[in-house]
Design a protein around this ligand. Sequence first.
Ligand SMILES: Cc1cc2nc3c(=O)[nH]c(=O)nc-3n(C[C@H](O)[C@H](O)[C@H](O)COP(=O)(O)OP(=O)(O)OC[C@H]3O[C@@H](n4cnc5c(N)ncnc54)[C@H](O)[C@@H]3O)c2cc1C
Length: 456
Amino acid sequence: MSGVHDVVVLGAGSGGYAAALRASQLGLSVSLIERDLLGGTCLHRGCIPTKALLHAGEVADTVREAGHLGIDASLGGIDMPRVNGYKDAVVGRLYKGLQGLIKHRGVTYVAGTGRLTSPTAVTVGDAVHEGRALVLATGSYPRTLPGLSIDGERIITSEHALALDRVPARAIVLGGGVIGVEFASIWTSLGAEVTIVEALDRLLPTDDEAISKGMERAYRKRGIATRLGIRVASAAATDTGVSVTLDDGTELTADLLLVAVGRGAATTGLGFEEAGLRMDGPLVAVDDRLRTNLPNVYAVGDIVRGPQLAHKGFAEGIAVAEQIAGRNPAPIDLAGIPRVTYSEPEAASVGLTEAQARQTYGQVRTITYDLAGNGKSQILRTSGFVKLIAREDGPIVGVHLLGSRVGELLAEAQLMYAWEASPEDVAPLLHAHPTMSESMGEAAMALAGAPLHAHG
Ligand SMILES: Cc1cc2nc3c(=O)[nH]c(=O)nc-3n(C[C@H](O)[C@H](O)[C@H](O)COP(=O)(O)OP(=O)(O)OC[C@H]3O[C@@H](n4cnc5c(N)ncnc54)[C@H](O)[C@@H]3O)c2cc1C
């Protein structure tokens, strides 16, 4: 079925479906092309299934630790097929809801593999889908390293990890970024013995150093082994599992190796370069309004610069749809995109790290408020901190959080950052007691010079 639409969207993940929904809301006719499942990586192989497993792990930890609260409970076991059933049911409900939404908004959904065949058309099989505007949103795939062959059994990616019908007794995680740290958390909570190997000298290497140090301490306490500042030289599947050799000759063995070394942009073999699209390495080159070098062709999500996050894709999809409809949305501030690692403990941040803030502004004010002084954190038996970074006599430019559930505090942090609030603006605002959010208020009060529940 060929056709002409106002907008043709290639890829129905977070970026693509957000563009399609917003464009149709604005009265444009939309064709949305997807070769796999509506919802893309986040819904089927990323955000949602990992968070369901993390929650299952949290429940297992709660049962194990119930005795500390005087509750007698024992963990009878982990039935992974049933855990997966719970995870898949969550995904299934959201998938059904999204299918309904796309239909309800009148988006023409095209199942098939698309290819950019001109600056105004995507071809699927024999059908040519002409668009007055095109949105490219083909997403990303798990990367591996040269010499590491993914077999899906012993040497696996996050996609295989999400489908495992058992908990490995011992696992090696290659990569201490967000995905590696989250799977280390899941498997540890479900009873595995985990070692993370990271080439850089800290976990979560793009985060503020305080987060890396805090996470390393927390993981040590959880019994998660880390080998930092060292590379994997080779890895091979064995009869019983996997054998991994590090650069210093150390040999590690486990049931499986999860390769979590980042995600590559899915931009090859799709006709992009042949159509004259300018690339930036593997990424599609875009300006701050997500315009490519081809007129009326936009690109969003994991195939363009910036953090690979679902809500960045949503925001970019919406912004592009609005531009196509003749509106003028503000460019997206990449540093202002909230970032969460949903492990136990969680790490959450928005804005600049301390190192970036010092590089940008020279002198800055910082405060690290310890959650030990926060009543709700004591009740939940978590530890961590709220770190605020502000310009001298100026607004908050970075917020970094560590502790159980601190991702939920990030909404306030984002408002503070995006509205350029100074610590003095935030200090008088009330936070309900006892909540973890009080730690945000306490940190602002301390930075404004008047801490309540802190020495100083
Ligand atoms: C394990 C894991 C956990 C994650 N957790 C989080 C999280 O907690 N929070 C968060 O914000 N982000 C998370 N992410 C990242 C998030 O999933 C991505 O940033 C997001 O999905 C990117 O959206 P996208 O639209 O750019 O691409 P995708 O979601 O990858 O969608 C691209 C779509 O395009 C389709 N496609 C590609 N080529 C073609 C073609 N030629 N024809 C037709 N269709 C095509 C693909 O099938 C796919 O459905 C996680 C990722 C992973 C892997």
